[in-house]
Design a protein around this ligand. Structure first.
Ligand code: IMP
Length: 225
């Protein structure tokens, strides 16, 4: 007898290649097959919310409606205490249109130029959202650190070279992909999502194309449609 186990398929609403790589890894290990946005354009114009949760849900709902697939999205960013939580939800847009990761890092270091070591605490935050035709859920992860005075390391993306993670004594850009996934905000949020997804059975369908007959009761954050 041949037993075939099909992977659970979800759409991943992200246009950030570095982020997609991290997430494919985390979700793939849990047997979840990720379908990318393909040539669909960036998600930035959908991110009109004022919180990570709002933005993650806006992206997940939008691409669930476009694709008719269960859709996972995340919104993430860096919050620096001495800057009142900046750049926060604007982390990707910090430095204005056309700015590169290096430009954003320079802007941040410039703003923190006179801030001493013991006042450079910060955290990365990630909200992972899943929206399907039976409901939606969000999961939050965070990772605390401090901002370096200059970049260090070649790995990762975004603000990784200036994010110092004390428990490992290195910046996120000096970690391997597996080490980063273990301790990062994104790893933490998505492991919560995967654990819930596996135990709830919310997306389980007997054959492909079947609708969920009795989705479990989950509080919906969405406006009634
Ligand atoms: P998002 O695609 O709207 O979630 O934008 C997140 C932005 O926050 C990214 O473009 C980065 O600038 C920053 N960011 C989020 N997560 C990370 C990370 O793991 N490392 C470095 N920067 C990050």
């Amino acid at each position: 007898m041949r037993v075939e186990c099909s992977a659970m398929q979800v759409m991943l609403a992200s246009a950030n290649p570095a982020k997609i790589l991290e997430l494919k890894d985390i979700l793939g290990q849990a047997g979840i097959e990720v379908i990318g946005l393909g040539d669909r354009s960036s998600t930035q114009e959908i991110e009109t919310g004022s919180t990570f949760t709002e933005n993650a849900l806006l992206k997940a709902r939008y691409y669930r409606d476009v694709s008719a697939l269960p859709t996972i999205a995340d919104d993430s960013g860096l919050e620096v205490e001495a800057l009142g939580g900046e750049p926060g939800v604007r982390s990707a847009r910090y430095g204005g249109p056309g700015a590169s990761d290096a430009d954003r890092i320079n802007k941040l270091l410039d703003k923190l130029r006179n801030v001493p070591h013991d006042r450079r605490q910060c955290r990365f935050v990630c909200v992972a959202a899943i929206a399907w035709d039976g409901g939606e859920r969000t999961f939050m992860g965070e990772s605390c650190g401090s901002i370096m005075t200059e970049p260090r390391g070649q790995g990762g993306f975004g603000y990784d070279p200036v994010f110092f993670y004390q428990p490992l004594g290195r910046t996120f850009a000096e970690l391997t992909a597996a080490e980063k996934a273990e301790v990062s905000h994104r790893g933490r949020a998505f492991r919560k999502l995967v654990t819930w997804l596996r135990s709830s059975g919310a997306l389980d369908t007997p054959t492909s194309g079947d609708r969920i007959e009795n989705p479990i009761e989950v509080p919906s954050l969405a406006p009634k449609r």
